[in-house]
Structures are given as C-alpha cells and as structure tokens.
Design a protein around this ligand. Structure first.
Ligand SMILES: Nc1ncnc2c1ncn2[C@@H]1O[C@H](COP(=O)(O)OP(=O)(O)OP(=O)(O)O)[C@@H](O)[C@H]1O
Length: 576
C-alpha cells in the first residue's frame, strides 16, 4: 500500500516578527514608514513566494495523494472482490467443515458406543477370567490332591497286585470247585423246573378238579364277604376296626356270635359252638381285609368259562349297605377298587385277544337293566331315549326257555373302554332312594349281561356264552327297614322277588316239576341262566355292624340253603 505525508502549518513567522520586533514610527516619518512598508511588501512577497512554493508543493502532494487514493481505491476494489471470493470460498469451506464435523460427531458417537461395548465386554471377560482363574486354582488344588492319591494308590496297587497274584491262584482252584458245583446246581435246577412244572400242572389240575367236582355236584357256589368297618363306624367302635361278633377259623368258615340268642345253637342244619355262636361254611370266606383283586382271583375262572361257551351267573346278596355294589361295581375311577363287573370285562377282553392266536374270534353285545318295583328299566337308554317305551319279556326260543326284553338296548361292543363308558352311564341312571338303613341305598336289582359268540376258523368250532352279573337290592326285613308308604311298597317288592329267587333255587334243588320262574321279573329273566345250564355263584355280603346281627344271620342262613342246593351240571353251549 502506498502512503505520503503533507505539512500544512500557518504563515511564515518573519512577517509578524518584523512587525513585532521594530518600534512604532512617528506619524511624520513618512520615509521611514515607506521604508517599513517596502520592507513589509518585500517580506510579504518573499512570504507569498514561499507560500506559492509551499502551495505548489501542496498541489503536487495532493496530486500524489489523489494518485495514491486512486491506487488505494483500486486496491480496495480488488480487496472487495477478493474478499467476496474469499468469503464464498470460506462459506464453502465452512459447509464442508460443518459436514465433516457432523460426520465426525456421528463417527465419534459410534466409536463411543463401541468403546462402551468393548468396555462392557472387557469387564465381563475380566469377570470370566477371574472365575476361570478361581476354577483353575481349585482344579490345581484337586490335581495336587489327586496326584497325592495317585501316588498312594500306586503304592497300594503294587500291594494289591501282589495279593492279586496269590488270590488268582486261589481263584483258579475255586473255579474248578465252582464248575463242579455248577454242574450240580444245573442238575438241581432241572429237578426244580420239573417239580415246578409238576406243581403248576397239579395246581391247575387241582383247580380244574375242584371246579369239576363243583360242576358235577351241580351246586351253586357261595362266597361270603364281610365288609370292613368304615371310618365313621370305626369311630363309633371306640377307634378300633376289630369286628367282635364275626370270626373265621379258615378261608371256608365263618362264625357268628349272637349272644342275644338264648339257645345259642339251635338253627337247623347249623353247628353251634358255645352260647350263641353259629358256624357257617361256604366255598370261600373273604375277610374284611380282602381286596377286590383277591376276590376277583377266585372268580376269574368263571369269566374264562363264558369264553368257553358256558352261561355264568353271579349274584350279590345281602342287606343294604353290606357291600354288594362295592363287590360288583366298586369304584370305576380307582383301578384298585374296581369291582367284579369291570374286572370280568377286562379279563374277558384280554383273554379274547390271547385266543385270537388260536383262531378264535368273538362277537360281544351287552345290556344293563334294573328291576325296580317289578318294572324293568333300561340303564343304557337315556330318559329321552326310553320315553314312551315299555319293556316286556318275550320268549326267544321255546326249547331253551330263553327270554329277551322288548325295546331293551343291546349294544355291540368291541373293546373294554366301550363297556367302561356304558357302565358309568348305567351307574348314573340307577335308581337310588333312601331308607332308614342306608341313605344311599339301592332299592332295585341290577342285571349286567354280556353275550359272547365265538367262532374258531382253525377248528370250525363255535360257542355261545352269557355272563350275568346281578347286584340284588338290599335284603333287609320290613320290620328293620322302617319303611312306610312308597318305600314300604319297594321293600315288599324287593322281599317278594328275593324270596322268589330263593324259592326257584330251592325248587331246582329239590328237582320239582314246577319251578316258579314267572313269579318275579328277576327269576323270569334269568330262567335260562339258572336251572342247570349255568355256572352260578352267589356272593353273600355281610355287614360288620353288631346291630344288624339278625339281618346277618338271615343272610347267612339263606346263603347256606342256596349252597346246599344241587341245581344240576352246567353244560357248554356248542354251536355247529
Ligand atoms: N370291602 C369293602 N371295602 C371298603 N369299603 C366297602 C367295602 N364294601 C363296602 N364298602 C363301602 O360300604 C358302603 C356300602 O357298600 P355298598 O353300597 O356296596 O352296599 P350295598 O350292599 O350295595 O348297599 P345297597 O343295598 O344299598 O346297594 C359303601 O360306602 C362302600 O364303599
């Protein structure tokens, strides 16, 4: 940049000094005054020249300055242009810088996140490393311990090896002895197997012979079952489950102590022991502790007989609450407490499967009814299905005296599960009414029937068997039941049909020409299953309560009579 300086001070100092330096001339001194004035003009002239010099200097200076100004203006314009260009450039750079900064910020955040992650990872790795280190140190300790044990064991092993070689020698000697003994054992085993086979064979034979004897005798078999005391009854018995008035010497006899009996033992045909003690004997007596499985074990052969083409009839007889329904049906929801009906069904279906290998195939159909006040009711029909239907008995076959019930639902069954379902349906439908004897007393007879038709493709053999499982209504006497009104009619009807069942059995036993089957629906319905063509078994269920000792006595007497009846030998129903 160009620069210059201009001196612009006031008029020359000699003028004022001349004026001021000389004393004032008198008015008359014209010459002097002219002289002064000429001096003054000269001074003024020289002053003017000096001024003019200075002015031309100033003008030059101004020109110079003007030039300088022009230069400066040009510079300024250049600067402005440069400035604008620079500002634009600077703006662009600023934008780039700002973008760069934003990107850097994002990168920085990213990096910070990564750093945080890495820090976290590092801290967790540090923790893991620490844990590993701890484990390693524990393992090292263990290793040290193991090394120690190993060295102990090695020395122990050396000792054992010594022992082993001596034992080995001993063992070789023993092996020789053992092989001799093994031979003996094998010989003994063979003897045991032969004996076991003989035993099984003789046990099967014994059972078969026992059944044969029973069949040949033609007797109705009777099993007696004493119910255990229930929880409430145990409480009333002073917390004890011991039944004092009923006892048993073995599994075929039962003693009833009726202390109130004045004569003690005068019942016809019954042995007496001591005052009021009466002994009864049956084919089997089940104690209160007997399980459902144990009871079924004894009747499983009867179930097998149905598949072999026999008619089988099982009754449960006894006073209300003595355990008839428990014995026949039990608890369908609890496998251990299942009664004879579900167990028989299971047994039959599993045996059917086994017999398939021998060429047998079976068709099965079932029905379930109850007789209430001498009226038949279908337990497999819902109330809607049974509406407006009447159930009468009609003869199927004159020769066989076989009856069927009109409108009764007969369901073809192919598996055990199907029957289980039907049994539950029937259970729901059973008429249950209350009496003084038992709040949930069943006041009807129920009859479950399963008919099987078998065909053997290998031998062309065919057979037909029917299983009847009957849960009879409570046998208590009118006096004891305390019934009135509708309940009285029920009890009378039950008593009538039960005593008729007894009459039919007695008439069969005495080989009478007329058997009163038609006197009650129950005997009428079971005509073909009683009377010689059926394997018949009666459960007499007994209450453990001493207060019912008279009812128990009646039941046991009835059962004894039934047991003594010879109704003839059951025959297999073969078909061609
Ligand atoms: N052996 C037993 N073990 C355990 N409880 C039993 C046994 N026998 C019967 N009971 C129970 O005793 C009660 C009466 O039995 P159940 O209903 O079978 O008598 P019931 O003779 O069929 O009576 P009802 O004539 O009224 O049908 C039931 O609660 C039953 O579960």
């Amino acid at each position: 940049m160009r620069t210059s300086t201009v001196n612009l001070t006031g008029p020359p100092s000699n003028i004022t000094a001349a004026a001021r330096g000389k004393p004032k001339r008198a008015a008359w001194d014209m010459k002097g005054r002219l002289q002064d004035m000429e001096t003054q003009v000269n001074s003024f002239r020289s002053e003017r020249e000096s001024f003019e010099d200075r002015l031309s200097g100033y003008n030059k200076r101004i020109e110079l300055l003007e030039h300088e100004k022009q230069n400066l203006n040009q510079d300024l314009e250049q600067y402005q242009t440069d400035f604008l260009a620079n500002r634009k450039e600077a703006h662009k750079l600023y934008e780039i810088l700002r973008r760069e900064q934003t990107e850097r910020n994002i990168e920085k955040q990213e990096l910070q996140r990564k750093i945080e992650d890495m820090e976290y990872e590092t801290s967790s790795l540090t923790r893991k490393v620490k844990a590993r280190e701890e484990i390693i140190s524990t393992k090292e300790e263990e290793l040290a311990g193991l090394k120690k044990s190993l060295s102990n064991l090695t020395s122990h092993y050396a000792g054992i090896e010594v022992q082993f070689s001596s034992t080995k020698m001993l063992l070789e000697e023993h092996i020789k002895q053992v092989s001799g003994l093994m031979e003996e054992v094998n010989q003994l085993k063979a003897t045991v197997t032969t004996l076991e086979n003989k035993l099984t064979h003789s046990d099967t034979l014994r059972r078969k012979l026992h059944n044969l004897v029973q069949e040949l005798k033609g007797n109705i078999r009777v099993f007696c079952r004493v119910r255990p005391l229930l929880n409430e009854e145990i409480k009333n018995n002073g917390g004890s489950d011991v039944i004092h008035h009923i006892s048993s010497m073995d599994d075929r006899t039962l003693e009833l102590c009726k202390s109130t009996d004045p004569n003690g033992s005068t019942m016809s045909g019954l042995k007496g022991r001591g005052a009021g003690t009466i002994e009864f004997s049956y084919d089997k007596v089940f104690q209160p502790s007997s399980t459902q499985a144990e009871v079924f074990e004894e009747i499983s052969q009867l179930a097998q007989s149905v598949l072999d083409g026999y008619n089988v009839c099982v009754f449960a007889y006894g006073q209300t609450g003595s355990g008839k329904t428990f014995t026949m049906e039990g608890d369908y929801e609890n496998e251990q407490l299942e009664g004879m009906i579900p167990r028989t069904v299971k047994h039959i279906f599993s045996t059917m499967k086994q017999l398939e290998d021998k060429g047998w195939s079976y068709k099965a159909e079932t029905s379930f009814l109850e007789i209430y006040n001498e009226t038949i009711r279908d337990l497999l029909a819902t109330p809607k299905e049974a509406k407006n239907l009447t159930y009468d008995m009609k003869l199927v076959d004159n020769k066989k005296n076989e009856h069927y019930v009109t409108n009764l639902k007969v369901v073809p069954v192919t598996c055990e599960a199907q029957i289980q379902k039907l049994l539950k349906l029937a259970q729901q439908q059973r008429a249950v009414a209350s009496t003084n004897m038992n709040e949930r007393s069943s006041r009807s007879h129920s009859l479950f029937q399963l008919k099987l038709r078998g065909q053997n493709t290998n031998t062309s053999d065919a057979c037909e068997g029917t299983l009847n499982l009957v849960d009879l209504a409570g046998s208590e006497r009118l006096k004891e039941s305390g019934s009135e009104g509708a309940r009285l009619t029920e009890t009378q009807s039950i008593n009538k049909s039960l005593s008729n069942l007894g009459n039919v059995i007695m008439a069969l036993g005495q080989k009478q020409s007329h058997i009163p089957y038609r006197n009650s629906k129950l005997t009428h319905l079971l005509q073909s299953s009683l009377g010689g063509n059926s394997k018949t078994l009666m459960f007499v269920n007994v209450s453990p309560l001493e207060m019912y000792v008279n009812e128990t006595l009646n039941s046991l007497r009835f059962a004894t009579k039934v047991n003594q009846c010879n109704i003839g030998t059951a025959t297999r129903q073969q078909k061609k």
